[in-house]
Structure formats: structure tokens, C-alpha cells
Write a protein of this length. Sequence first.
Length: 189
Amino acid sequence: MIGAEHGPLDRTPGIRPRPSLWRRLDAAARTCFPLAATALLLLVLAAPLGLPAQAELLPAVALACVFFWTLFRPASMTPPAVFVLGLLADLLGDALPGTQIVTLLIAHGLILRWRRSLVRQGFLLVWLAYCGITAGAAAFAWALGSLLSLSLLPAAPAVFQAVISAGFYPALAIVLVRTHRGLAAPEQA
């Protein structure tokens, strides 16, 4: 049986390097990087930096990173990873507990559903899709807050959150695209 040493489904000819410890560590680091980098970014944004609208940047960055990494590296941004990021954003932010977890998980599911068509689009259409998800996330947080307080909350903070989030995405996307390309770059010998 030809190729039996590589498994029944592996029919690709060629020599494969043996997966050494360093190769496995490299693969694990590349897989874990989106989660770790997003968590680190959330921790930095929670520090008292004195940035304008810093409280609104925390959920904006969480949503933008989950959107980007789910779209372009879905194996690295799994639902448990999104849950951890949502929990971290809830603990660091001033939103209602659980809001970020549910919002990020819903956004993650929507992105996965639309991934096949979105990943082939240009930046403008991806950004418009992100703006739609941002508007939905802000509306969801506003509706949940209104429901839990048993009164209609003012909509201006939710609109401001959506605008900050949508406006911040292009700048963050530049950094994330470069990082994504660096993670996908072939090894240089």
C-alpha cells in the first residue's frame, strides 16, 4: 500500500519534515497569537492611559479583533476563545456583566456564517459588514440594558459606541492585516 505511512487520506507526494518540538511550538504560538494579542490589548486599554473615549474603546477593540481574526483565522478564534475575550472585556469594562460575552459570541457566529463570501471581498465591503455588526452589537447592548433596568435608556451612548467602533476599525485593521501576514509568512531558512 503506497503512502500508508502517512495515513489513508494523505495522497500528497513529497518529503515532509518531521514535526520537531520547535515546529510544534511555532504552530501553537501562531494559533494562540490572536487570542493572546487581543487579551493583551484589552489589558493595556484597561490601564489609566487618559485616552479620549477610552471606556468605549475597550468593547470596540474586542469586537474588532474578534471580527478580524474570526474572518481571517477562524481556527485561532474559536468560540471558547471568544468567550474568554468576552469575559475579560466584561471584567475590565463597565458594561453589564455578560453583555460582552453574549455580544461577541453572537458576532462570532454571524461572521462564521458570512465568512465564505466576506473573505473574498475588498476592504470596503468587509468594513461595511463590520459596521453592521457594530450597529447590531450596540443596539443589543442598549436593548439588554433597557430590559434589565426596566426603563428606556438614552440611545446616544449606544450610537456613540457604534460610531467609535466603526471608526476605529480601519486603523486597527492595518495593524491586524500586517500581523496576519507575518503569521502566515513562510519560514525563512
